[in-house]
Design a protein around this ligand. Structure first.
Ligand code: AMP
Length: 506
């Protein structure tokens, strides 16, 4: 298979009238989704489109999938730009993409224009009604290769600019094939999508559905702050499978959702993104005793996940769940400080990944790509690309990989991946700030921004709010006379955190 569209067409032929996607308001059968995608594709074809990104500025809804596949039919790749992001961030993303076409909900046209975008916009409703041009689409398909890029997803970047991870058809075809097979997805499944469509967790939902004919139910975002509505929705839609971020599963248990209702059709709960806290996992397992629970691990750059661990039920409450073993056709290994492979159980090293499913790199960002996607240092005989995850891990005696934390200042907050340097650089740009340093206290779940300078907290807060999404906003701003430094001249983060804790005690 060269293109995911082949799979979409096969599934549409097999399950033509069966529901493909349902967003709570609109639902499309496989045949309808296919036809709408082709119409959008027909509206988008033009010379020079192939291999280029097209931005999608839409909410999470059934039509967004038609926009995605339409872009692919036209030979391009899709990048969902979250309309809730502040303008400055959207500007940075569009600047990186250099796209000349945006597919959008008309309500977002003013927003995108305010971000300085001057190119063509295509309203989704007009695109859906466009004349079908099968001949042009099939010419484009004849030129397709499995290495072509399918989508791009932006993540936080330590240089202050978000990085656009670009992923090929091959990477998705390879990964989703094994993923759906290992966990037994079928056309009888109803996949309850939690993740926003600019998160790679949603890639598993979309393509598990396309590869098996399972129904995809897009759960409206607002339900994740109201467990009763969420649980009613899961029950009403008879959802059988959840592939969710750890943070989303924890919302249900923290807000005691299961005291209200249990979504008893759910038979599979796959989670990723962070270490799953034991007591939340237990609460889910007690609510759904017949379901399978699986811990999935991996960064966006390796396409969704590279390892998995099936929960057995005898795991110790006081140790983190292992992330398990590699998916087929992936090689996951550890490298020590000298780039030697670590194979001895218990010894730590950086988690590295090789295989077909690595992302192609960061779009228009050769420097960052070269830093993380590198030649395997253990192979001097032929080119072999690996991705260095920046995560530390160790092997357990039974061969299961365990996650130990980050080697840098990347954190997870409310399920979002954040490079603390990006926040620091944004704060340092504010007037009256000389230096800034952000620290995330995991135990306290507090993101604290320390700064030296004359600026007042309110002004900084207001300034950076226009530049960063809400999930990156520090909980506290803490002014210091000057930044404490270590012997090597680096900001002394331990000293800063102690000061913060002392201050809190007062
Ligand atoms: P993202 O690219 O947003 O999926 O974030 C990837 C990062 O999240 C990884 O590099 C890890 O640091 C962390 N992560 C992902 N899955 C897990 C997991 N199952 N357990 C612990 N950390 C995880």
């Amino acid at each position: 298979m060269k293109s995911v569209l082949e799979q979409l067409e096969r599934t549409a032929a097999r399950f033509a009238d069966k529901t493909a996607v349902d967003d709570g308001e609109v639902s499309y059968s496989w045949q309808e989704l296919l036809e709408l995608s082709k119409r959008v594709g027909s509206a988008l074809t033009k010379p020079g489109r192939e291999g280029k990104p097209v931005a999608v500025v839409m909410d999470k809804r059934a039509d967004t999938l038609a926009a995605f596949f339409g872009i692919v039919y036209a030979g391009g790749f899709y990048v969902l730009v979250n309309p809730e992001y502040p303008n400055v961030r959207i500007e940075k993303i569009l600047e990186t993409l250099q796209t000349d076409t945006v597919v959008l909900d008309p309500k977002y046209e003013d927003k995108i224009r305010a971000c300085g975008y001057a190119g063509e916009v295509l309203e989704i409703d007009a695109a859906k009604a466009h004349e079908l041009r099968e001949d042009v689409l099939s010419d484009i398909r004849a030129r397709a290769m499995d290495q072509d890029i399918l989508y791009g997803i932006f993540t936080s970047g330590s240089t202050g600019v978000p990085k656009g991870v670009i992923v090929s058809h091959r990477a998705v075809i390879d990964f989703i094939g094994y993923f759906t097979e290992l966990f037994g997805f079928s056309e009888e499944d109803v996949i309850g999508n939690q993740a926003p469509l600019d998160f790679d967790v949603s890639v598993k939902d979309i393509y598990s559905s396309i590869f098996t004919g399972a129904k995809l139910v897009l759960i409206p975002k607002h339900m994740f702050s109201m467990p009763p509505a969420l649980l009613d929705f899961l029950c009403e839609k008879r959802v059988t499978s959840l592939t969710w971020a750890v943070s989303a599963l924890c919302i249900v248990t923290t807000l005691r959702g299961f005291e209200y209702r249990i979504p008893s059709d759910v038979k599979r709960v796959l989670f990723s993104g962070e270490v799953m806290p034991y007591k939340h996992l237990q609460a889910w397992r007690e609510a759904l005793p017949g379901a399978e629970f699986v811990n999935l691990y991996g960064p966006t750059e390796i396409t969704c996940n590279c390892t998995y661990y099936r929960v057995r039920g005898d795991e110790a409450p006081d140790t983190a769940l292992p992330v398990g073993r590699a998916f087929p056709n992936r090689r996951v290994f550890l490298l020590d400080e000298e780039d030697h492979e670590v194979t001895k159980p218990g010894e730590s090293g950086e988690i590295c990944v090789a295989g077909n499913s690595l992302a192609a790199g960061y779009y228009n960002n050769a420097e960052e790509t070269e830093k993380s996607f590198v030649q395997n240092p253990g192979n001097r005989s032929y080119p072999e690309r690996i991705y260095r995850t920046g995560d530390n891990g160790y092997w357990r005696k039974d061969g299961a990989l365990c996650f130990l934390g980050r080697r840098d200042f990347q954190i997870k907050r409310m399920g979002h991946r954040i490079e603390l340097e990006e926040i620091q650089l944004t704060i340092e740009k504010a007037e009256g700030v000389a230096r800034a340093c952000c620290i995330y206290g995991e135990a306290e779940n507090k993101l604290v921004a320390f700064y030296a300078g004359t600026a007042d907290k309110k002004t900084i807060r207001r300034d950076i709010k226009e530049q960063m999404p809400g999930f990156m906003m520090p909980d506290k701003f803490f002014r210091v006379e000057e930044m404490p430094l270590t012997k090597n001249g680096k900001i002394d983060r331990t000293a800063l955190w102690s000061r913060y804790k002392e201050e809190k005690k007062r």
